[in-house]
Design a protein around this ligand. Structure first.
Ligand code: NAD
Length: 480
């Protein structure tokens, strides 16, 4: 019996208006296990109307009430952590322990963080020496759209919804059609928490249908999107003529720069994580590794040894490091890049083959791959693969590696490994990316601005940046 996901519109769990459903796959087994609504424009129209109806009351709730609702949702996520983590693992193919330790706790933190952030959010006042006072009101935008990807489904879905609701907006949200399950479970938790009808509306469906219905809807005032750069451009093209506010978090091809003076063990161990966590399907993964020549041979050999030691297979087992990639289409895309790397003259130093773990022969598993011998400007080093694939390249000089790192149309994050503080500061300032980690990776403080430059993003999420995005600033000037 297939599980069934429903839309959540105006506080009700509803079939899509057209009655059609999409198949949802369990990537670990390569089989259909659920169905999700194939919603169309009319479902989005219903959701926007529900959001408009709920808006006057929700935008007027006092902050303590909003805090209470968001905290209650956060607590329910934590209370249901095991169920949500299992659902996430089955939906995505990611190791269960990863969903238990990262995805679901972070979803709970997103609601908790923005519940408290809105209580502290203040706006400016500007005095005109004895003449007048200006103060800024930050008011909700109205009904806003949130569109999220499949790689960290609940984590990224809630990263948008929580600040939008905290700021007093009502929301029409669409998770990826590839991983709809935890968004559905979240909508049930919101109903249980007594969130008023229409405040959050979750509509499932295809990007080019349900997604475009959101980006083209006149009454959706802003769109917060996370996903690929190609889709970000499509959304911007539709939304800009309607003057919607846009926050776009898009692809990356992040450099991971390792100097000879680094804390070697920490750099090595973290680079395994930053390369292959979640099968390399994290926008922040460091897929281009640059190693200073003095330690290149040693690092390369140790890194390949550790990569070969990663256990691939059943995502539900605690000892699994690498689960399945999310879909057959993505599996084929990743393997096509392994072929491309070979045609570009690269050497596949380890991995890169499809794997069929016993009992999971139809799942979509790929051995983590390390590729050498490619120039920084080849397609393998320029295009986002978004899988368990990294390239490794030696460098001699700081200026040289800086130019390699910046030689990308993307600019999401970068990692630097060095014990030389001056060098770390110097490079951090010059790297063309929205986020720089020094001697760590993916260490996140939710108060900090999050986002990319160049083709990786427009705008910033996180902290007060998100609350500013989800509000309209209005200046009031009073002459004395
Ligand atoms: P995607 O762009 O294909 O889809 C993302 C979402 O957009 C999905 O919900 C999809 O249904 C929807 N969508 C697709 N076409 C649409 C359209 N024309 N109009 C409106 N919505 C549409 O991305 P994906 O494959 O789900 O996710 C992987 C991508 O996400 C990678 O490029 C990755 O780097 C990026 N990503 C970025 C960040 C970040 O913070 N910058 C975080 C995670 C993932």
């Amino acid at each position: 019996m297939l599980q069934k996901v429903l839309n959540y519109i105006g506080g009700e769990f509803r079939e899509p208006n057209c009655g059609a459903y999409l198949d949802v796959f369990n990537p670990a087994k390569g089989e259909i296990y659920a169905q999700a609504p194939d919603s169309d424009d009319s479902d989005i129209t219903d959701a926007v109307e529900a959001g408009q109806k709920a808006l006057p009351e929700w935008s007027a709730t006092n902050l303590e009430q909003r805090y209470d609702y968001l905290i209650s949702i956060s607590k329910r996520i934590t209370e249901n952590l095991q169920e949500l983590a299992l659902a996430e693992s089955v939906d995505c193919g990611k190791p269960l322990w990863l969903a238990q330790s990262v995805d679901i706790p972070r979803a709970a933190s997103n609601f908790r963080y923005f519940a408290t952030a809105i209580m502290q959010f203040a706006s400016e006042s500007h005095e005109m020496s004895g003449k007048a006072i200006n103060y800024t009101l930050r008011q909700p935008l109205g009904v806003v759209g949130c569109i999220s990807p499949w790689n960290l489904p609940l984590y990224l879905f809630t990263w948008k919804i929580a600040p939008a609701l905290a700021a007093g907006n009502t929301v029409v949200a669409k998770p990826s059609e590839i991983t709809p399950m935890t968004a559905y479970l979240l909508s049930k938790l919101c109903a249980e928490a007594g969130l008023p009808a229409g405040v959050l509306n979750v509509v499932h469906g295809l990007g080019h249908k349900t997604g475009t219905a959101i980006s083209s809807h006149r009454d959706i005032k802003a769109i917060s999107f996370t996903g690929s750069t190609k889709v970000g451009a499509d959304i911007a093209g539709r939304a800009a003529p309607l003057f919607k506010k846009l926050s776009l978090e898009m692809g990356g091809k992040n450099p991971n720069i390792i100097f000879a003076d680094c804390n070697y063990e920490k750099a090595l161990e973290t680079t395994i994580r930053s390369s292959f966590s979640n099968q390399g399907q994290i926008c922040l993964c460091g897929s281009r590794i640059f190693v200073e020549r003095a330690v290149f041979d040693k690092f390369r050999s140790d890194f390949i040894d550790r990569t070969r030691g990663l256990k691939i297979g059943n995502p539900l087992e605690d000892t699994t490091s690498v689960g399945a990639v999310v879909s057959k289409q993505h599996f084929d895309k990743i393997l096509s890049y392994i072929t491309l790397a070979k045609t570009e003259g690269g050497t596949i130093s380890c991995g890169g083959n499809p794997v069929q773990p016993p009992g999971f022969e139809n799942g979509w598993y790929i051995e983590p791959a390390v590729i050498e011998g490619l120039s920084p400007d080849c397609r393998t080093n320029q295009e986002e693969i978004f899988g368990p694939v990294v390239t490794i390249t030696p460098f001699d000089k700081e200026a040289e590696v800086l130019s390699y790192a910046n030689q990308s149309s993307y600019g999401l994050s970068a990692t630097i490994w060095t014990e030389n503080l001056s060098r770390a500061h110097r490079l951090a300032a010059k790297l063309e990316s929205g986020i720089v980690w020094v001697n760590t990776w993916m260490l996140r403080d939710l108060r900090t601005p999050f986002g990319g430059v160049k083709n990786s993003g427009v705008g910033r999420e996180g902290g007060y940046e998100a609350l500013r995005f989800f509000t309209e600033a209005k200046n009031v000037c009073i002459e004395y």
